[in-house]
Design a protein around this ligand. Structure first.
Ligand SMILES: [Zn+2]
Length: 110
């Protein structure tokens, strides 16, 4: 009995060994504003503007959550508007995420 207890403790310890130092905190999902980054409208052809990406200004329609933890052992989540979700699905068709629809105005349009 005592021996079994020791075994269990050892097992638990071994399981925590591969965990590396925790990286920076994950950014929590923002239910108020879409968290995707979209092109800022400038290209190398627009004068006076710098091409880049800015955060989307739309109200989010959903929060997506990773179903499987990434290599750092954590599962990320972010809010997306419908437009950005469409882009996400095209760019990452194999992403394993669950989708939680948000209420409010976006809901009424469905
Ligand atoms: Zn968006």
């Amino acid at each position: 009995m005592k021996h079994g207890t020791v075994m269990a403790t050892t097992k638990r310890r071994n399981r925590t060994l591969p965990v590396r130092k925790a990286p920076a905190e994950l950014i929590p999902a923002d239910p108020k504003r879409c968290q995707a980054e979209v092109p800022n409208g400038h290209s190398f052809m627009t004068l006076g503007g710098v091409p880049g990406r800015v955060r989307c200004n739309n109200e989010p329609a959903m929060i997506i959550n990773e179903r499987i933890a990434s290599t750092d052992g954590r599962r990320g989540s972010m809010s997306l508007c419908e437009r950005c979700f469409t882009v996400f699905r095209v760019q990452m068709p194999n992403a394993n995420v669950s989708v939680v629809l948000l209420g409010g105005e976006n809901r009424a349009r469905r």
